[in-house]
Design a protein. Structure first.
Length: 158
């Protein structure tokens, strides 16, 4: 393969990734937690507090484990815009500073697919993630946000 062919292949891969990340912009993003997590409803302010790392425990023995999609994923873009209200660069800097000040032991764990997020949420006590509603597994624990489930009128994570 020539250098020009390699460049075209990389360009095509990037275009495909961007197109996939932007598919179905109107589909709701569900907040999914481990089945044993002792919550069923969070206000948008509480969701923001959790994902900013300001709430680090669900209960005395259950730490919050943040899972976030990798860059370019639509779910990540929705979370950065709606919850964090930051750009990707600001998000990365926020977590570097938080860890440097010893306010958190680690940044959110990066997951590379909704399937991986679902798998980890069901396996890790205290885990929380944002997953495209169409890809939420049957039996997953979806948290209401401001009393609303994904798909209901007024649901904010879209």
């Amino acid at each position: 393969m020539t250098a020009k062919q390699k460049s075209l292949a990389v360009l095509l891969a990037v275009i495909c990734a961007v197109a996939l990340a932007q598919k179905s912009p109107g589909v709701d993003i569900a907040v999914v937690v481990h089945p044993d997590t002792p919550i069923t409803n969070l206000s948008m302010a509480e969701v923001r507090k959790v994902f900013l790392g300001d709430r680090q425990y669900w209960s005395t023995n259950v730490p919050v484990v943040l899972l976030i999609r990798a860059p370019v994923a639509r779910e990540r873009n929705v979370v950065l815009k709606t919850i964090y209200q930051m750009s990707d660069a600001q998000f990365k800097q926020y977590w570097i500073a938080k860890i440097f000040r010893a306010e958190s032991a680690s940044a959110p764990k990066v997951v590379y697919s909704n399937d991986m997020a679902s798998e980890l949420v069901s396996a890790i006590p205290g885990a929380i993630a944002f997953i495209d509603l169409r890809e939420v597994r049957r039996g997953a624990k979806i948290v209401r946000v401001d009393g609303k489930l994904p798909g209901e009128p007024g649901y904010q994570l879209r």
